[in-house]
Ligand binder design. Structure first.
Ligand SMILES: Nc1ncnc2c1ncn2[C@@H]1O[C@H](COP(=O)(O)OP(=O)(O)OP(=O)(O)O)[C@@H](O)[C@H]1O
Length: 292
């Protein structure tokens, strides 16, 4: 079966800023995938490219088996982006009705309101909504065309815990394959089948939330090495991930003692070695900062 989203060797720069650098990843049919990473990691750029809002400088992107802009033009993709205001003096029902009409009534107004848990707010003006309620209206608009794929760019930013829970319950109820960008590890863990960690425009890790979380129990080993050989470092016992930036190497390990012993015995020239016990947040920050 074709991938729902496919990025192959994709690069994108804005002037001198390389927002994505040779990025390859795939989203399988039915998967919910989180794009996780700190500010400036390239998450929004990846989402913009998937929506055909920008074009890559190099590489190939397909969405639902075709070019992103074509999938969007066919009404097969729903999106909730960070920007995008709601008309202040319209009611929730008016905004959602417009979206339902634009998509030719693929869903009824009542269904969409129900799906986004907005039935009780249908008559409320948009300027009287809380941040979380406004996000649910944007979600309703994104779901009005019964999309095959949904993109959410940091959908729960500035929501409190209860609003986040209600928002994700609505997304789940929609049952649509979803790719979402987030800063929140717990959100990726709770709602994604798979996590792709971006840092400095590159994929620094990918795996199930539990694989990524397993790193939390691990340690980070950092050192300086001339001409590091990534494949050889990755083959050392206890090493789960290798990141190289210039001459600085960062290893994620599930057994730092064995990894360090093997490093000294089989690879010479290691300098300035530091071992730190990294929680997941810290581990990801270290990995992603190593990419800059
Ligand atoms: N339109 C633009 N013009 C210039 N630089 C840009 C533009 N859009 C993004 N960038 C730069 O590209 C890099 C990646 O940005 P992007 O918005 O994709 O990151 P992000 O992971 O979504 O960050 P955040 O979590 O802050 O939203 C950053 O260095 C950013 O400053």
């Amino acid at each position: 079966m074709k991938n729902t989203v496919s990025f192959t060797a994709v690069s994108k720069s804005y002037g001198r800023v390389r927002a994505l650098d040779d990025v390859t990843f795939h989203v399988a049919p039915g998967e919910t995938v989180a794009l996780l990473g700190p500010n400036g990691a390239g998450k929004s750029t990846a989402v913009d490219l998937m929506l055909g809002l920008a074009r890559p400088d190099a590489g190939e992107i397909t969405v639902l088996g075709t070019a992103p802009h074509r999938a969007v033009a066919q009404g097969r993709v729903g999106a909730m982006l960070q920007s995008g205001g709601l008309p202040a003096d319209s009611t929730v029902a008016e905004v959602v009705r417009l979206a339902v009409r634009l998509y030719g009534g693929r869903r009824s107004l009542a269904d969409v309101l129900e799906l986004a848990d907005l039935t009780g707010l249908a008559g409320r003006r948009c300027d009287a909504l809380s941040g979380g309620q406004a996000q649910r209206v944007r979600f309703a608009v994104a779901m009005a065309g019964r999309p095959e794929l949904l993109f959410l760019d940091e959908p729960t930013v500035a929501m409190d815990v209860e609003s986040r829970r209600a928002f994700w319950a609505a997304v789940r109820a929609g049952g649509t394959a979803t790719v979402f960008a987030t800063h929140y590890l717990d959100e990726a863990d709770a709602y994604a089948d798979r996590v792709i960690v971006l840092g400095g425009g590159a994929v620094v890790a990918t795996g199930s939330p539990s694989t990524i979380k397993a790193m939390a129990g691990g340690r980070t080993v950092r050192f300086v090495l001339d001409s590091p050989d990534t494949a050889r470092l990755l083959a050392l016992p206890g090493v789960t991930m290798v990141s190289v930036h210039g001459g600085t190497v960062t290893l994620m390990t599930d057994d730092a003692d064995r990894a360090v012993a093997a490093l000294y015995s089989s690879i010479g020239g290691v300098r300035d070695l530091e071992v730190s016990g990294a929680g997941l947040e810290e581990a990801l920050l270290q990995l992603t900062s190593a990419q800059r």
